[in-house]
Design a protein around this ligand. Structure first.
Ligand code: LRH
Length: 483
């Protein structure tokens, strides 16, 4: 049989990748045809994305795919990180470069927003944990700082929908990415009028919500279908797990963020879920990802930047041989949020909380990985407590994303969580993106997803080891937090 082709554009906060997939006889073969590194940069006082570079990554990815195939790919799908957006004016032109979620402006206005709608109210209205990075906080800050903006904007488009629109898709917002905004009702069947009112957000900004994993247009003159693959990278990563729509399982999608969560059929909007710091985000196939946005390998990436060290594998190997400091940090502490001198920030945090600090890079990297493993364990326990028997002790955790390459972190996670870790795709978002496209164009059936994944990538399983070191570190962290 002839292979079906699809092109996934997977945009991360430090690199954009174009991955070409060919599906033949139930086996998906992928090939990276283009990659661009990029970074948010200060422009006129705001941290902004280089939108020209991101658009050209899409165009260059398409060119590279055509060259590799000798023809146009049958479809294209774009996924990006969550929460960021572009604002179109009434003529459909982009008003200014999209701002980045690590920009400082939200801190100036978050208290005012929470004065209008408190955290519990916002959570009730959206099922999403109020966080300053959310689109809701960002837009509120925009409206406060830019008089007249409310009238100038024709539509707010999350990044994947913005880029798809530039290719020719009609204005619309996919449900999965909409669920990261903090502006949509739980399950993202509709926008939240409560949030729009609290923010004074003109409802005209909010474009129609549309299903993911369906064809939503085509690129003029090429026949390439534009599919919304679940425009959120984490939704795509979860799609790559090959779970059935109602299957409940634990997962970690580990990159700059460690997204730890459980797939569940319906949003869970009860107080315990808010207390556990969890969000109900929407899956590509419509179910829910109940998850925590935990700071992840960002800590390591920022250390690497400070050290001018590109060799992650070398650092991780050295960390495997280094002596543990015996304590861990809380990766989610606001001290680690902004770009900066991360080794210094981590050292200071340890001094302040334990009176000691790591010496040398290897011990610093070990500290980061042990901290992530402990955080994974804490949240896995909370998720299991809330979701119940489907996540009983011993039920595995699926680990995908760039962090799946880091065997030391995967093993630490298995041991700290006392659960087997099933290692899935490293390029999980691209994989899920491609699968959603094949399902949308009819090249694959949703019920065959699991079989395709099994036949296309190897799944290693790591078994837990003696957890006592992690138990000690978690107890010390708990005591340090109280102090
Ligand atoms: C991961 C991610 C995550 C959050 C964050 C802003 O790349 O998409 O799920 O939404 O970025």
């Amino acid at each position: 049989t002839e292979a079906a082709s699809a092109l996934a554009l997977d945009l991360g906060s430090s690199s954009a990748r174009a991955i070409l997939g060919s599906l033949r006889d139930g086996v998906l073969v992928t090939q990276e045809v283009h990659r661009l590194t990029h970074r948010a940069q200060m422009r006129q006082g705001s941290l902004c994305w280089d939108i020209e570079a991101l658009n050209s990554a899409v165009a260059d990815g398409l060119d590279a795919a055509r060259q590799a195939l000798g023809t146009h790919p049958a479809s294209i799908g774009i996924d990006t990180w969550g929460v960021d957006y572009g604002l179109l004016d009434h003529d459909g032109a982009l008003l200014r470069p999209p701002r980045a979620y690590r920009d400082a402006r939200m801190a100036r206005h978050s208290a005012a927003l929470e004065g209008r709608i408190d955290r519990a109210g916002a959570w009730q209205a959206t099922g999403v944990l109020p966080m300053e990075i959310n689109t809701s906080y960002q837009v509120f800050a925009d409206l406060q700082e830019e008089p007249g903006l409310a009238q100038r904007v024709g539509a707010l488009l999350p990044l994947p929908d913005l880029l798809a629109h530039e290719l020719g898709a009609p204005v619309g917002v996919g449900r999965a990415i909409a669920s990261t905004t903090g502006l949509a009702a739980p399950g993202a069947r509709q926008w939240s009028p409560v949030m729009a009112q609290a923010i004074d957000l003109p409802e005209s900004w909010l474009a129609p919500l549309v299903d993911d994993a369906v064809v939503s247009g085509s690129i003029a003159g090429t026949g390439t279908a534009i599919v919304r693959p679940g425009g959120h990278d984490t939704a795509c990563a979860v799609h790559s797990l090959g779970l059935a729509p109602h299957q409940t399982a634990l997962f970690i999608s580990c990159g700059s963020w460690s997204l730890i969560g459980a797939t569940v059929p319906e949003p869970i909007v009860e107080p315990g879920v808010l207390e556990a710091g969890l969000s109900n985000e929407v899956r590509t196939d419509g179910g829910v990802r109940l998850l925590r946005n935990l700071t992840g390998l960002w800590l390591l990436q920022e250390c690497q930047r400070a050290w001018g060290e590109d060799d992650v594998a070398g650092l991780v190997e050295a960390a495997g041989r280094a002596r543990s400091l015996g304590v861990v940090v809380d990766p989610d502490d606001p001290a680690f949020m902004a770009p900066g001198d991360m080794p210094a920030a981590l050292g200071e945090w340890c001094q302040e909380h334990y009176g000691i600090e790591p010496s040398g890079r290897a011990q610093m990297v070990r500290l980061i990985l042990e901290s992530l493993a402990c955080a994974h364990a804490e949240h896995a326990e909370r998720l299991a407590g809330l979701v119940g028997s489907a996540l009983a002790p011993g039920a595995p955790i699926h680990l995908v994303g760039g962090g799946a390459r880091n065997r030391l972190l995967a093993q630490m996670t298995a041991t700290a969580c006392q659960r087997p870790v099933v290692i899935g795709a490293v390029e999980a978002s691209a994989m899920g993106n491609l699968l959603a496209q094949f399902e949308a164009t009819g090249a694959a059936r949703p019920q065959d997803r699991d079989a395709i994944v099994r036949q296309s990538c190897q799944r290693a399983v790591l078994e837990p080891e003696d957890p006592s070191a992690f138990t000690d570190m978690r107890e010390r962290l708990a005591r340090a937090r109280i102090r």
